[in-house]
Design a protein around this ligand. Structure first.
Ligand code: AMP
Ligand code: MG
Length: 333
């Protein structure tokens, strides 16, 4: 059901959940300081209670009574907020442990979408808002996706158009001595290092995820145990058109997803069905289209999805690769 911003505000005030647009993906929003509401978010998503939520505010002043800010955190927010960057800081007592999955740290973000910001302004309270999808499934980047993903459990939704970024925020841990990226996003390690003038680390699980997928041939990807962002149709990753076309895994009932116009040409010449994530392989363009193409691909009811990802997992493509790695059942890279 689509609702107005006024209606969303009224529902949020009484502790109900609504889906709201952000520039990254649509969020399933509820009052962050109300444990009962926070529990409803976990329930509707089927999200494990061990997976903490991001708390959304409009600016640093709105966040200062929620977390212990240090100088670097204030500087980071001045540069990157509002925008697709979440920071993790030691939490203050106001934040219920339900939000942080029992952790003493809290994740905070100021989204850059006029609808979300307008609602935060009028509500004068922070909102917890994980992606508006059932846990582990593809994230929604349009209001229509939310209805498709939730079926008869669809939350009331404010339609704010297509999400401009299309991929979840970069998560940067600023709670310890060394700034560390916990989840790669469109704001890259290089962007952060250049702007902050400090070395920024990548969490070991990000590096290991990438190494694993490049080292294993035909082995199970970490996506199998750590399944996330996944379409219903099994998704297989490949390093290039040649590997895919020679693969014993490929059949005529499969759908192939590519990242460049050149790959699309090659695949279509062989008479396979094909969807493209971008023309040139640019990370920002691939990220913008990734979830909508996966959701569209799911609707075609193919036997399998094969995604050719020949880009280096660096810069913005690191974030794309991180999501693909988790969404794929198996990597044949
Ligand atoms: P989502 O809301 O679905 O985009 O996911 C939020 C993600 O933010 C979680 O899965 C964690 O990776 C990260 N996150 C949230 N809170 C914390 C926290 N307190 N410490 C570390 N990471 C967090
Ligand atoms: Mg999510």
């Amino acid at each position: 059901m689509l609702i107005s911003e006024d209606d969303a505000l009224a529902r949020l005030k009484v502790g109900d959940l609504v889906a709201l647009p952000t520039e990254t993906v649509y969020g399933l929003a509820g009052l962050a300081l109300q444990a009962k509401t926070v529990r409803k978010i976990f329930e509707l998503k089927g999200r494990p209670s061990s997976n903490p939520l991001i708390v959304h505010v409009n600016d640093v002043s709105g966040a200062k009574n929620l977390a212990e800010f240090n100088d670097l955190a204030i500087r980071t927010c001045k540069i990157f907020w509002p925008g697709p960057l979440t920071i993790v800081l030691p939490k203050k007592d106001l934040i219920p442990l339900e939000v942080t999955a029992g952790n003493q740290t809290v994740a905070l973000r100021a989204p850059n979408h006029p609808v979300f910001r307008g609602i935060l302004d009028r509500l004068k309270q922070p909102l917890a808002a994980p992606s508006a999808n059932p846990s582990n499934r593809t994230s929604p980047t349009t209001a229509a996706h939310i209805a498709e993903l939730f079926g008869d459990k669809v939350p009331p939704t404010v339609d704010g158009g297509v999400c401009t970024v299309g991929l979840e925020s970069t998560v940067l841990d600023l709670s310890s001595d060394r700034p560390t990226i916990l989840r790669p996003g469109m704001i890259t390690r290089k962007d952060l290092q250049l702007a902050l003038g400090e070395e920024v680390l990548l969490a070991p699980h990000i590096i290991q995820g990438i190494d694993k997928i490049y080292q294993t041939t035909g082995a199970q990807s970490p996506g199998m145990s750590d399944c996330h962002y996944a379409p219903k149709t099994p998704l297989f990753l490949h390093a290039g058109t040649k590997q895919l076309l020679e693969s014993a895994e490929l059949s005529r009932e499969d759908l192939i997803i590519v990242c460049t116009a050149e790959e699309k040409n090659i695949i279509e010449q062989k008479d396979f069905s094909c969807l493209a994530l971008s023309i040139s392989g640019n990370g920002e363009e691939i990220a913008h289209n990734l979830y909508s193409v996966l959701i569209e691909a799911d609707k075609k009811k193919s036997r399998r999805l094969h995604l050719i990802f020949s880009q280096k997992p660096e810069g913005q493509n690191r974030a794309v690769f991180d999501r693909l790695n988790k969404a794929a059942v198996r990597s044949i890279i």
